[in-house]
Design a protein around this ligand. Structure first.
Ligand code: PMP
Length: 458
């Protein structure tokens, strides 16, 4: 593709260095410019419509161009467009949202700290836990255990918690305070013939061995997404969380649930912690909190942690952490309206209903010659492509076939995501069952195109 001089595309290539993009490839192909969105659709600058079956970045829960969110932002902008929350200042939407989050979240989460992004929220988790343990007189208890394949963001501490080579290669990460344990993905990581239950037992034993090897007095917390998202949509074995929580409790290791993708209905329950029976000491939320209309994330934590932190702020005179945008009035006002919409329109129940349809319609693809596994819970799902069904052999090079499918899907008016050789689906929570059928039909066309292409390129 040649980029027209002075076109928006050419100016993007000239000036805009993109996240998660191969810059040299971008010079050749230029950007796809999205101009507007409505409901589950987005439209590019050529006027082409796409079903956004990833809800942007797993995040636009109420769909695009929701007028109530536009009005909530405009109302707050004209009243108080910005104020900070440092040094005892507060604003009404931030107060109301903190209260709302505590009321709606799992029991035992009583206090809220606001950030702009999920990465900042996870960096904040690390600092809160360090500060808490310093205050409690156990400065050696600082290590985090995370999982291979986990995603917690890209700032220095968050990217260290993340267990994906792409976020660490080239960046001198992870920092040594993190140890990664096995990803709870049965299809890829179970031993031959191992049941889900036995696999969960083995991973809990591995976690315990890791804690004992490090020394429990040095291990502060275990962090995980209840259902892993960016690593490939990986639901853990049913009893995994119950077992790892028991290990953590035995060794006084805090449990951190990263619900940045899972939270606010994605799995068909308000939080994934309900689905998996997790009772976290800290929980991180973002994305669907505002449907990404505004950047916002929050860390929720227990009263026990609060008491320790509060004592330490008194001892040191101040809590030396916070963002210019912490508790931003426009972001928190949009979040309040967004959560009201989720409640009033029953979008969690809708995610359960349309999600059941999505899982049911995708399940038969497990028999397709290119498909190794179909998986998901509620309105988040994935189809993993393999070179050899019997041996689960991956394509070489990894990702090429899924990227081909991703491009064909786009030609059929469907935006999905290719994660290595896995195709992910995470549509807006407003999607109807009939629209789910359209998503799956378009995916089926792209998969058929890909089957023919793979046969030709074998
Ligand atoms: N945690 C999880 C589980 C995520 O999926 C993400 C983003 N995809 C993050 C943290 C980081 O959020 P952000 O991109 O807002 O920094």
């Amino acid at each position: 593709m040649t980029l027209l001089p002075n076109s928006l595309q050419a100016r993007d290539v000239a000036y805009h260095f993109h996240p998660y993009t191969n810059a040299r490839r971008h010079e050749r192909v230029g950007p796809m410019i999205i101009e507007r969105g409505e409901g589950i659709h987005v439209y590019d600058d050529q006027g082409r419509a796409y079903i956004e079956a990833m809800a942007g970045l797993w995040s636009v829960g109420v769909g695009f161009a929701e007028p109530r969110l536009v009005e909530a932002a405009a109302r707050q902008m004209s009243r108080l467009p910005y104020y900070h929350t440092f040094t005892h200042k507060a604003n009404e939407p931030a107060i109301l949202l903190a209260e709302k989050l505590v009321q709606m979240s799992p029991d035992g989460l009583d206090h809220v700290f606001f950030t702009n992004s999920g990465s900042e929220a996870n960096d904040t988790v690390v600092k809160l836990v360090w500060y808490y343990n310093n205050g409690r007189g156990r400065p050696e208890k600082k290590k985090f255990i995370a999982r291979q394949g986990g995603y917690h963001g890209i700032t220095i501490a968050a990217a260290s918690l993340t267990g994906l080579p792409t976020n660490q290669r080239g960046f001198d990460l992870p920092l040594p305070f993190v140890r990664h344990v096995t990803c709870p993905h049965h299809y890829r990581n179970a031993l031959p013939g191992e049941t889900e239950e036995a696999f969960a037992d083995r991973l809990a034993a591995e976690l315990e061995a890791a804690i004992l090897e490090e020394g429990p007095e040095t291990v502060a917390a275990f962090i995980g997404e209840p259902l892993m998202g960016a690593g490939g949509v990986l639901p853990p074995p049913r009893t995994y969380w119950e077992k790892v929580q028991a290990v953590c409790r035995r060794h006084d290791v805090l449990v951190v649930a990263d619900e940045v993708i899972n939270g606010f209905g994605r799995l068909g329950t308000l939080f994934a912690c309900e689905h998996y029976g997790i009772r976290p000491d800290l929980m991180v939320v973002s994305k669907q909190i505002t449907s990404s209309y505004q950047p916002l994330a929050a860390v929720l934590f227990s009263d026990a942690i609060y008491q320790g932190l509060a004592d330490h702020t008194e001892a040191l005179g101040n809590f030396g952490h916070g963002f210019t945008g912490s508790g931003h009035p426009v972001a928190t006002a949009v979040a309040l309206e967004n959560l009201a919409i989720i409640e009033e329109r029953g979008l969690v129940a809708n995610a359960a209903r349309s999600g059941a349809r999505l899982q049911e319609r995708l399940a038969p693809f497990a028999d397709h010659p290119l498909v190794g596994e179909v998986r998901g819970v509620g309105l988040i799902a994935a189809v993993e492509l393999v070179a050899d069904k019997a041996t689960k052999r991956k394509f070489d090079p990894p990702g090429r076939v899924a990227f081909h499918l991703f491009e064909r899907a786009q030609e059929h008016g469907l935006i999905v995501r290719a994660i290595q050789d896995t195709i992910a689906f995470c549509p807006p929570m407003i999607i109807t069952e009939d629209e789910v059928d359209v998503v799956v039909a378009r995916f089926a066309q792209a998969l058929e195109d890909t089957r023919v292409w793979v046969a030709d390129h074998a």
